[in-house]
Structures are given as structure tokens and as C-alpha cells.
Write a protein that binds this ligand. Structure first.
Ligand SMILES: Nc1ncnc2c1ncn2[C@@H]1O[C@H](COP(=O)(O)OP(=O)(O)O)[C@@H](O)[C@H]1O
Ligand SMILES: [Mg+2]
Length: 356
């Protein structure tokens, strides 16, 4: 069984704290994604799980076994973990078969057993017909699958992936997402996946851990993170959103500088920030909740990307393609807002800004 328990882990390099009080249990066979902007501490967390870094304080368990604590440190090769990093180092002078076989050779496994296991893994990563090629004869996606095969061949219960798709082109990235997910299901392994790409996180994860500046902001299934982001940082980092400032007054939010209001029955009072996702805004035929002026419209094939000026504040709208000819740039436009989020405007968002 491969649960991973991160128990109150803090990591500092010198005086700089890069991870603060990270505390969570990853379940057996769970697909967990660490999501956040560059520099937020994702790789550091993964390296701590792998045993390439020691936490400054706190402990890490894999299953029931403590692998890092004040007293214990199990080196990476004894942690029974498979790993693939962004810059996948497949050995250029070895064939695909030899690359994947390498971890078993080191374990001095018998030749026939190695062949059986490598053949099986090559089948899973769809590389059987390339077994005799060398990496330079393969595409980027195929090379990445070699790295994946090599990480999986020793049958680890836990697989760590650090931005494994970021060097691939967009189409390949998309198909590899499904392949990785498929492999995880077939093998029944726990995966900890690191990315700054919210689409990758949304499509593959059972749960996402959103991190900013070394601090966990929110942990939850993709839908929960998307629909109920706990703060402006999460709302902004996962999905598209526009923020409008306002003030709660008698069951409504008065939008600052816009002179229009939205209904609000929540607990907040005083100054607030309203977060609106563009797909939750609907273009209406006649006067509606909000009225503005269409600033631009872009036909994207499946939808239209519209920008509406509300007295100078811009609201994006994702509209069905049929509306393209019904709305004219510079003309008045009427909008309904199906769903929006309200956050306190207490200055706490200053702490949440993305640093890169
Ligand atoms: N070995 C190191 N020594 C000093 N600082 C480091 C080291 N490794 C990472 N950092 C710093 O820790 C922070 C988090 O880095 P990292 O975990 O690589 O972020 P991410 O993977 O989210 O981009 C960054 O500010 C980075 O510069
Ligand atoms: Mg990183």
C-alpha cells in the first residue's frame, strides 16, 4: 500500500522558507497534483518525498514507514519510488529496451525475468515496436514514454512526475495526459504529479493541491477547486476570472465605478471583490442584470470570446457561436451572470499575488 503522509513539513534553504507547514495524506492509488506558479515549491516538495532533500522540520511517511524525520532518513534508492522529471534523461546510447531494463539490471535480476517485465511495460507505454531503437530515432513524446517505462519497470507503488509533459507540443501533451492516467489506473499506483498547468491538473487529478509561495492554499477535487476557490489566488490560477471591486449594501453588491449592482445574500459586509468566470456570463436579448458596451468579439470556432466594458471595467464573456452576428462591437450589450464568487477586499489578496 502506498499512502504518502506529509506531516507538518517545512523546508528552508538558508533563511528562505520555501515550504511552510505542509500537512496532508495522499491516499493509496490516488492521483494527486501539486499545482502552482513557478517557484512556489512544487519540485522541492516532490524532492522531499523522493529523498533528494531533507525537510527542515516535519516528517514524511510512505505507507506506514517513516522515510524522513528528525531521526530517520531513507535514501532515494531505498524508497521504492518511480520518478520522471521534466528534462527526461534517457540514455542516448542505449536502445529503448536497454533504457527500460536498466533499473532491473542494477538489481541483478535474471535475463529472462528482465525481458518479461520490460516487454510488459513497453506494451503499457505503447513502445513495443520501438524496443530496438535508440532515443534519437524517437519523437519527444516517445522519449518521454521511455522515461515513464523506466520509472515503472521496477513496479513502484508510488510514481512522482515533475512537469513531465512541459517539453512536448500541445497536441502530444493532451494525448499523454490520458495515457498517464490510463497507466495509473491499469497499474493501481499512487501518483504525485507536479505542474503549473491547470488543465493538466484538472483533467488528471483525483485531488489538486494549490500552492502559492510555499503555502498550501486549497486541497480538493478539481470541481471543488474550480467552483469554490477559497481565495482570489485560487480563483485566478485555476480557470479564467475577472475581478470587480464592490461594496455590500442591502442584499446587493454595488460595483465600484460601474454604478450597477449584483444580488448578494452572503455573509460578507463592506468592501468586497466579485470574481466572475467568463463562461458564467450570458448575453441577453434585452436589459438584464448588467449592461455594458461590447469592446471586442473573437470567433474561436467552438465559442466566441467577447470583452464587455462596464464603464471601463472589462468583463470577459464566453458566448455560444450563434451569438456572433447578434452582437456588434461598440453597441450596448445586456448580460446575465449565472454564478459569481465574492471575497473580502481586506488587503489579504496582496499576500496572494503570484511571484515568479
Ligand atoms: N537547492 C536550493 N537552494 C536554494 N534555493 C532553492 C533550492 N531549490 C529550490 N530553491 C528555491 O525554492 C523555491 C521553490 O523552488 P521549486 O520547488 O523549484 O519551485 P517550483 O517547482 O514550484 O517551480 C524557489 O524560490 C527556488 O529558488
Ligand atoms: Mg519545479
Amino acid at each position: 500500500m502506498s499512502t504518502v503522509t506529509i506531516s507538518n513539513v517545512t523546508k528552508a534553504f538558508g533563511d528562505v522558507v520555501v515550504l511552510e507547514h505542509f500537512d496532508e495524506v495522499f491516499q493509496d492509488q490516488e492521483f494527486i497534483t501539486l499545482l502552482g506558479p513557478s517557484g512556489c515549491g512544487k519540485t522541492t516538495m516532490l524532492r522531499i518525498i523522493a529523498g533528494f532533500e531533507k525537510p527542515s522540520s516535519g516528517a514524511v511517511y510512505i505507507g506506514d514507514r517513516v522515510v524522513s524525520s528528525e531521526k530517520v532518513f531513507v535514501p532515494p534508492e531505498k524508497r521504492d519510488i518511480g520518478m520522471v522529471f521534466q528534462s527526461y534523461a534517457v540514455w542516448p546510447h542505449m536502445t529503448v529496451f536497454e533504457n527500460v531494463a536498466y533499473p532491473l539490471k542494477i538489481k541483478k535480476m535474471h535475463k529472462e525475468q528482465i525481458k518479461e517485465k520490460v516487454d510488459n511495460i513497453l506494451d503499457i507505454v505503447h513502445l513495443s515496436q520501438y524496443a530496438d531503437r535508440i532515443p534519437s530515432q524517437l519523437s519527444g513524446g516517445q522519449q518521454q514514454r521511455v522515461a515513464l517505462g523506466r520509472a515503472l519497470v521496477a513496479e513502484p507503488r508510488l510514481l512522482l512526475l515533475d512537469e513531465p509533459l512541459s517539453n512536448l507540443d500541445a497536441k502530444l501533451r493532451e494525448s499523454m495526459r490520458y495515457e498517464i492516467k490510463d497507466i495509473q489506473r491499469k497499474l493501481g499506483i499512487t501518483v504525485v504529479y507536479v505542474t503549473h498547468d491547470q488543465i493538466e491538473a484538472m483533467t488528471m487529478s483525483d485531488r489538486i493541491i494549490v500552492i502559492n509561495r510555499g503555502v498550501v492554499q486549497q486541497i480538493g477535487p478539481p470541481m471543488e477547486i474550480y467552483r469554490h476557490p477559497v481565495n482570489q489566488f485560487v480563483a485566478d490560477f485555476v480557470g479564467k476570472v475577472d475581478f470587480l471591486k464592490g461594496e455590500v449594501k442591502g442584499g446587493r453588491v454595488e460595483l465600484t465605478g460601474i454604478g450597477q449592482t449584483l444580488p448578494y445574500n452572503g455573509p460578507l459586509t463592506g468592501r468586497v471583490v466579485v470574481a466572475i468566470r467568463p463562461e458564467n456570463v450570458q448575453i441577453m436579448d434585452g436589459p438584464s442584470l448588467l449592461n455594458g458596451r461590447l469592446q471586442s468579439k473573437f470567433y474561436l470556432g467552438d465559442v466566441n470570446d467577447c470583452r464587455v466594458s462596464l464603464n471601463g471595467e472589462i468583463l470577459r464573456v464566453i458566448a455560444p457561436v450563434e451569438t456572433y452576428d447578434q452582437v456588434q462591437v461598440d453597441a450596448e450589450i445586456h448580460l446575465d451572470v449565472k454564478e459569481f464568487l465574492v471575497y473580502p477586499d481586506d488587503g489579504s489578496d496582496e499576500l496572494l499575488k503570484i511571484v515568479t
